[in-house]
Design a protein around this ligand. Sequence first.
Ligand code: ACO
Length: 281
Amino acid sequence: MTKVISPSGVAAYEIKDGIAWVYFTRSEKRNCMSPTLNKEMGDLLAEIEFRDDFGVLVLTGEGTSWSAGMDLKEYFREAEAKGLGAIREAQAQAYSWWRKLRWYQKPTIAMVNGWCFGGAYGPLFACDLAFAAEDAQFGLSEINWGILPGGAASKIIRELANFRNSMYHAMMGENVDGKTAAQWGLVNEAVSADRLEDRVTEVAKVLLEKNPVALKATKDAIRRVGEMTYDNAEDYLVRAQEAANYFDNMGRKEGIKQFIDDKTFKPGLGAYDKSKQPVSE
Ligand code: ACO
């Protein structure tokens, strides 16, 4: 399909072979996030979330940037000039699309093609997986212009990186490249820029073969259990599996059948053949 562009042209998507490619399309401003971009990206994500013609979403940036963080002019200066109501509204618009993405129905992949600063750590963390170009640049530049890493950026760096690297990154305002970002755990892998799209496509295709109900339950579980005690997690996971069975009670039975009875696949080596799965009762 052709690219569908948001009303102001700041975001776009296209669906190809089961993958929704979602773009920041404000490259002339290095894809920094204005209130308009946040509103239109939120609308775009909501509009396509439950379509059945894609199973994986990739978020990437047009041009040299993934996203240069919050728009210092429109998100900060102009909103602040309008008063507290406008500030809170701008924050709510940004935080709400990142929250939507954290709990998105489909698996999500951040494909970090270039600059990734400050507020962009929100959508970065919101994506389930992340792959970067080796020469992409990641920075908590807040300290360089005199604020703390807000909009959850401080929380995110502590979730993803260790204490010493988080402290250095936030206090020094120095950028790290994609390779270091992978070593620190900000992304899964860094690959050369010319291989980035192929690698992300390869990963997305593997995800497309998995049971989608199990994928949604799994991605939510991995996010939720981080804040739970062992016993709470054990209990939550029992309930989560039972809830997943409500939406798909044939998938795992088919998986067991193909392994134990048909001997046509081995769960240790890949996914069962979903096309043979009867529809849930
Ligand atoms: N907010 C507002 N405008 C921005 C932002 C931003 N975050 N980032 C880039 N722009 C604008 C520039 O002002 C410029 O606008 P103009 O063409 O009207 O002059 C245009 O985008 C292009 O930017 P350049 O700086 O010319 O691009 P260059 O490729 O040389 O540099 C870089 C890219 C390093 C990303 C630089 O633009 C930059 O430092 N941006 C700010 C990064 C940042 O610190 N973001 C905020 C993080 S903190 C937070 O998000 C809360």
